[in-house]
Design a protein around this ligand. Structure first.
Ligand SMILES: *Cc1c(COP(=O)(O)O)cnc(C)c1O
Length: 398
């Protein structure tokens, strides 16, 4: 998945453009910048590549999610439905607004289960936030239908599946809002950075203002600009945006490398009858950043994960036991461990995790192994890896 593996001359050239002018900020300093507007250039490239009307780049994927929610008017006491299997950024971005994250089961797609989503809807629900984990997507038709029926917004977290598609549309562009991360380990990177995309002009107008202290960005005197509402600072620097300008041009090259490596590994593993692959919703195309498969039992998956690691196959994850990606280890959320006092809406609104039943999630995530696909593997390396994975997994005779 990581774009940092192929950081090269194009990225350096983009950064040099910024260093030459020494304008490191995305707004203002028009006379000094030698015509370089890297954040804007990246936004234009994002609009073109993801077929969307508006894009706004920010300092991280987490920031993009927070700004996306804020831009849609989500606030204190509202509820956002999110999956049990995701990165902690999902609930962080929600909590930042005094909004309540409501955790909901995932299924064999490893993303939100539509039936569980529908059951979790209350009169406080504002947004359904599917997270397209490990390269593949949620059943977006089903989720969209639920959102339509209940008058909710659909916000796609496509941070781990950039470049994937669903029924011919780029992931992130299907919901009312979509978010990407360009942190250092994502498919394409800015070092640090993120973006939100939307076709909704109001959300976009809100987003760029909210992400820059409420600046209305009218006229060319920053100091004289008005602040129609409260904002915050989630700006990206020109240096980071410049790296992104180079990387986004290489996205399709990265995706085709990932697909090639993924396909070799998948073909090899498909001969092992005990293994089944993660379900990709009909009409979906993965971005091939991970190969995800299920073992027959949780115990088998633990054994397989250990055996792969002992057998020298690195980069395979057993998320069920992971501190960052599965609800079981989120005791800071479950026990409300916050440095300061949490808003009352959050304290009172969070689920009572002693009463929640996430056995559907446990059933799938407990048996799943995800293997990271690297861009830098040579043909020999990926063939050797496929051979070793088959040896290790076959020898378990699960
Ligand atoms: C990486 C990631 C984020 C957050 O992105 P940052 O840029 O690291 O803040 C959010 N959601 C998912 C699913 C991610 O993988």
């Amino acid at each position: 998945m990581p774009g940092f593996e192929l950081f090269g001359e194009a990225e350096k050239k983009q950064v040099e453009d910024v260093l030459e002018s020494s304008v490191l900020m995305r707004y203002g300093f028009d006379g000094m910048r030698n015509g370089h507007w890297k954040a804007q250039e990246l936004e234009n490239k994002i609009c073109n590549r993801f077929k969307t009307k508006h894009a706004h780049v920010v300092s991280s994927g987490t920031a993009a999610l927070t700004v996306a929610l804020a831009s849609a008017g989500v606030g204190a006491g509202d509820e956002v439905i999110m999956p049990t299997f995701t990165f902690v950024a999902s609930f962080e971005s929600i909590l930042a607004l005094g909004t309540v994250p409501i955790l909901v089961d995932v299924d064999d797609t490893l993303t939100l289960n539509p039936e569980a989503v529908e059951k979790a809807i209350t009169d406080k629900t504002k947004v359904v936030m599917p997270v397209h984990m490990c390269g593949s997507m949620a059943d977006l038709d089903a989720l969209q239908a639920i959102c339509k029926k209940h008058g909710l917004l659909l916000l796609e977290d496509a941070c781990q599946a950039i470049g994937g598609s669903y029924k011919g549309k780029p992931l992130g562009s299907i919901g009312d809002l979509g978010c990407f991360s360009f942190d250092y380990v994502k498919t394409i990177t800015c070092g640090e950075g993120g973006a939100l995309i939307t076709d909704n002009k109001t959300f976009y107008e809100n987003a760029h203002k909210y992400a820059d202290h409420g600046h209305d960005h009218i006229g060319n005197d920053r100091g004289a600009e008005a602040h129609p509402f409260l904002g915050y600072n989630f700006r990206i620097s020109e240096l980071n945006a410049a790296v992104g300008c180079a990387q986004i041009e290489r996205l399709d090259e990265f995706l085709s490398i990932q697909k090639k490596q993924y396909s070799i590994l998948r073909k090899a593993l498909s001969n092992i009858s005990e293994i089944s692959f993660r379900k990709v919703p009909e009409g979906g195309v993965e971005n091939y950043s991970f190969l995800n498969f299920f073992l027959p039992t949780e115990n088998d998956a633990r054994k397989a994960h250990k055996a792969l690691s002992d057998g020298g196959v690195d980069g395979c994850f057993y998320w069920y036991d992971n501190n960052w990606h599965y609800y079981r280890k989120w005791e800071h959320l479950i026990d409300q461990k916050s440095l300061g006092k949490l808003p009352e809406e959050v304290q009172n609104g969070l689920q009572d995790f002693s009463k929640t039943d996430f056995s559907l999630s446990d059933h799938w995530v407990g048996r799943n192994i995800s293997c990271l696909i690297k861009l830098g593997w040579s043909k020999d390396e990926v063939n050797e890896r496929a051979k070793r994975m088959v040896e290790v997994l076959s020898s378990l005779r699960v």
